[in-house]
Design a protein around this ligand. Structure first.
Ligand code: ADP
Ligand code: MG
Length: 589
C-alpha cells in the first residue's frame, strides 16, 4: 500500500491553480499539455518501466483516440461523451491486434516492432481519405457539461487533470495487486513467473492494452482541446518523445510519468522561447540543447528524476500486517505413503550433441524426501526443468499421480501441485519479500485487473498476503518481510524462494541447491523445516552438494553422472557404493 495523502494534497493544489489571481492562460495551456503527456507516459511506466516492454509507438494510440472522436464528433455529430468510450475501445482494440503480434517478440525486436507500427500508422493516418489525409479533421466540438463549454485552456484543464489523477490512482492500484505482481515479475524473465502459473503473453497483452487506453484517453482529450487533429503529433518522433518523458521522470514510477511530462514540456517551452533570443535567432538549436540537457539529467538521475527527488520516500511501503488468520483452501493430498507422486520414465534431454539427461528413470513417493546428487553438469537442474515444463524432454515421459505431463507448460504443472526453487535465484529484487512470496500464491487468487484497479480485490488480496505471511514465518524470515528481496543475502534469497514455492501449497517441492550459501545453523533450520513438511504430507525432491545435509535428510538418493543414473538407494547404500565414490563422493567421503 502506498500512502494516499500526498495524492490528495496534489489534487487540491491542482484544483486551486486556475483560481490563482493573475494566472496567465498560457501557463494553463502548458499544464494542459503536461497532463496530456503525463497520461501517455503513465502507460509507458507500466509498459516499459514495470513490464520491461520498450515501446516507441505510443503516439499511434494517442492518434487512435484522437481520430476516433474527431471523426465521430465532427463528421457525424456524436456527443463527445459518447465518443469517449469509443476512443478508449478503439485504442484498446488496436493494442490487442498490435500487442498479439508484438508481445511475442523479444530482445531488440520488440522496440523495433513498436517503432515499425509507429511509422506505419502515421503513414496510414496521413493517407486515409476519411481521416482527412494530411489535413486531418477540423471542426471538433468542445467538451460540454450542462451548457458549460470547455473552450478555453482553463476549462478543459479540469477534464485533463481529473483524467490524470484518476488514471494515476487506478494504475497505482493495479500495480499493488495480484495482477500487478504478475506484471512486475515479468521484467526478470518469464521462467520464474511461469513457474507460478503466470501466463506471460497474457500479462504483457494486458499491459499493452492498459497503456494504449491511457494514450487513447490522452488523444480524446487532445482532440477536444485543440479542436482539430492532423497526423503530425501521432508519428514516430512523438512516440520517441513520450518514451523520453517516461524515462526522464522515472520509468518505474507512476508519478514519474507526471513529473517527466512536466520537465519535458516546460524545458521545451523555455528553450523554444528563450534560446532564439539568446543566440540571435539561429533555429533548430533548441532540439540539440534539449537533447543535451536530457542526457545530462539522466547522468544525474539514471533511474529518472522522480526516485532521485523523492529518495523513494513516498513509494516506501507501509509495513503491512496481513491477518494470518485468513485461510486459503488447501490441496487434497494423496493418503497412502506408497502412492507414487512423480514418476520420471526414461527421460532424455539433448542440447545439440550434449546429452544432458540420458534416459533417466526414478520416482518420488508421497511423504518422501528424495535427493538428486552428482557432479556439476550431471544433468540435475535439467531434470528439474523437464519435470516443471521449462524444457521439453527429447524423449521419455514424466507422470504425476499416474498422469503423463510431458509437453505440459509450466503453468499447468504448477497447478498439479509441483513447485520449485531455482539454482540461480529468480526473485524480483525491487519487490519486497512479501510481494515476491505472494507470487507463489498467484493461482490461489481470483481477482482480475479491473477489480484490482477499483480496489474490489481487497478480500482476495488479504487472503493471498496472509498465506504469504504464513509461509514467510514458516521459513523464519518474518523480520525481513518488508525488505526488498534484492537486499537480502543470497542464502536468505534461497529461503525466500522456498517460501514462494510453499505458497503454491505443493504436493511436491523441488529444491535446487537450497543449502548453498547457508550457514550451519541455517542449514539445520532448513533440514528441520523439510522434515516438518514431510510429516505434513509433502514430498521433496532435492538437489544438493552438502553431503552431510543430504545423508541426514533424504529417504532415498538418486545419483547422476554425465546425464546417466549410476545409482539409487538409501543414504547408507549410496555412501558405500563404489561407482558413486569414484564419480562423485571421492574416497574421503
Ligand atoms: P547440473 O545441474 O547437474 O550441474 P545441468 O542440468 O545444469 O547440470 O547441465 C547438464 C548439462 O547440460 C551440462 O553439460 C550443461 O552445459 C548442459 N546444459 C544445461 N542447460 C543447457 C541449455 N539450456 N543449453 C545447452 N546446454 C545446456
Ligand atoms: Mg544445477
Amino acid at each position: 500500500m502506498t500512502q494516499r495523502w500526498p495524492i490528495l494534497v496534489f489534487a487540491l493544489v491542482m484544483l486551486a491553480i486556475p483560481y490563482v489571481p493573475g494566472m496567465p492562460p498560457f501557463w494553463l495551456v502548458l499544464l494542459d499539455n503536461i497532463g496530456l503527456s503525463a497520461l501517455v507516459a503513465m502507460g509507458l511506466v507500466l509498459l516499459t518501466g514495470v513490464g520491461g516492454l520498450t515501446s516507441f509507438g505510443q503516439a499511434a494510440f494517442v492518434g487512435f483516440g484522437a481520430y476516433t472522436t474527431a471523426v465521430l464528433s465532427a463528421n457525424y455529430g456524436v456527443s463527445p461523451w459518447l465518443t469517449l468510450p469509443a476512443s478508449l475501445i478503439v485504442s484498446g482494440l488496436a493494442a490487442v491486434v498490435l500487442g498479439l503480434v508484438t508481445v511475442r517478440l523479444s530482445g531488440h525486436y520488440l522496440p523495433l516492432g513498436t517503432l515499425a507500427w509507429g511509422l506505419g500508422l502515421f503513414y496510414l493516418f496521413s493517407k486515409l481519405e476519411f481521416l482527412g489525409r494530411n489535413d486531418g479533421v477540423s471542426g471538433i466540438p468542445p467538451l460540454e457539461i450542462g451548457g458549460f463549454r470547455m473552450l478555453d485552456p482553463g476549462a478543459i484543464y479540469y477534464a485533463v487533470w481529473i483524467a490524470v489523477l484518476v488514471s494515476a490512482v487506478l494504475t497505482t492500484n493495479l500495480l499493488d495487486s495480484r495482477t500487478g505482481r504478475a506484471i512486475r515479475a515479468l521484467r526478470r524473465g518469464h521462467v520464474a513467473a511461469e513457474a507460478f502459473g503466470i501466463h506471460a503473453p497474457r500479462a504483457k497483452l494486458l499491459v499493452f492494452i492498459h497503456a494504449a487506453v491511457l494514450a487513447g484517453l490522452s488523444g480524446w482529450l487532445y482532440a477536444h482541446f485543440t479542436r482539430a487533429v492532423n497526423p503530425t503529433p501521432f508519428g514516430a518522433q512523438a512516440g520517441i518523445e513520450y518514451l523520453f518523458v517516461a524515462v526522464v521522470g522515472g520509468a518505474g514510477y507512476v508519478w514519474g510519468g507526471v513529473l517527466g511530462a512536466a520537465i519535458v514540456v516546460i524545458l521545451k517551452e523555455v528553450l523554444q522561447s528563450y534560446l532564439p533570443l539568446l543566440l540571435h535567432g539561429s533555429g533548430q538549436l533548441e532540439t540539440i540543447v534539449f537533447g543535451l540537457l536530457l542526457v545530462a539529467l539522466l547522468q544525474l538521475a539514471p533511474t529518472g528524476v522522480w526516485p532521485w527527488l523523492t529518495g523513494r520516500l513516498t513509494l516506501r511501503r507501509i509495513g503491512r500486517k496481513p491477518d494470518s488468520a485468513i485461510e486459503l483452501p488447501a490441496r487434497v493430498r494423496p493418503e497412502a505413503a506408497s502412492d507414487v507422486l512423480l514418476q520420471v520414465d526414461n527421460a532424455r534431454k539433448q542440447f545439440g550433441g550434449v546429452v544432458a539427461v540420458n534416459n533417466v528413470s526414478f520416482d518420488v513417493q508421497a511423504r518422501e524426501i528424495v535427493a538428486l546428487i552428482g557432479p556439476n553438469g550431471a544433468g540435475k537442474s535439467t531434470t528439474f526443468n523437464l519435470i516443471t515444463g521449462v524444457l521439453r524432454a527429447t524423449s521419455g515421459s514424466i507422470l504425476v499421480l499416474g498422469k503423463r505431463i510431458a509437453q505440459a507448460p509450466p503453468q499447468e504443472i504448477v497447478q498439479l501441485g509441483i513447485s520449485r526453487t531455482f539454482q540461480h535465484v529468480k526473485l524480483v529484487p525491487d519487490m519486497t519479500v512479501l510481494e515476491n512470496v505472494a507470487i507463489g500464491a498467484h493461482l490461489r487468487g481470483r481477482a482480475g485487473p479491473i477489480a484490482s484497479m477499483l480496489r474490489l480485490d481487497r478480500a482476495d488480496e488479504a487472503r493471498l498476503l496472509a498465506e504469504a505471511t504464513r509461509q514467510i514465518a514458516r521459513v523464519g524470515l518474518t523480520e525481513q518481510i518488508n525488505q526488498l528481496a534484492g537486499s537480502l543475502s543470497l542464502g536468505q534469497q534461497r529461503i525466500v524462494e522456498i517460501a514462494r514455492a510453499l505458497c503454491v501449497d505443493p504436493m511436491l517441492l523441488l529444491l535446487d541447491e537450497p543449502a548453498a550459501g547457508l550457514r550451519h545453523m541455517e542449514k539445520q533450520r532448513l533440514a528441520a523445516l523439510l522434515r516438518e513438511l514431510r510429516a505434513g504430507g509433502m514430498s521433496v525432491l532435492l538437489v544438493e552438494h552438502d553431503m552431510g545435509f543430504v545423508m541426514d535428510l533424504a529417504d532415498r538418493i538418486v545419483v547422476l553422472d554425465f546425464g546417466t543414473k549410476i545409482a539409487e538407494g538409501t543414504p547408507a547404500a549410496i555412501k558405500t557404493n563404489p561407482k558413486v565414490i569414484e564419480a562423485y563422493l571421492g574416497a574421503g567421503a
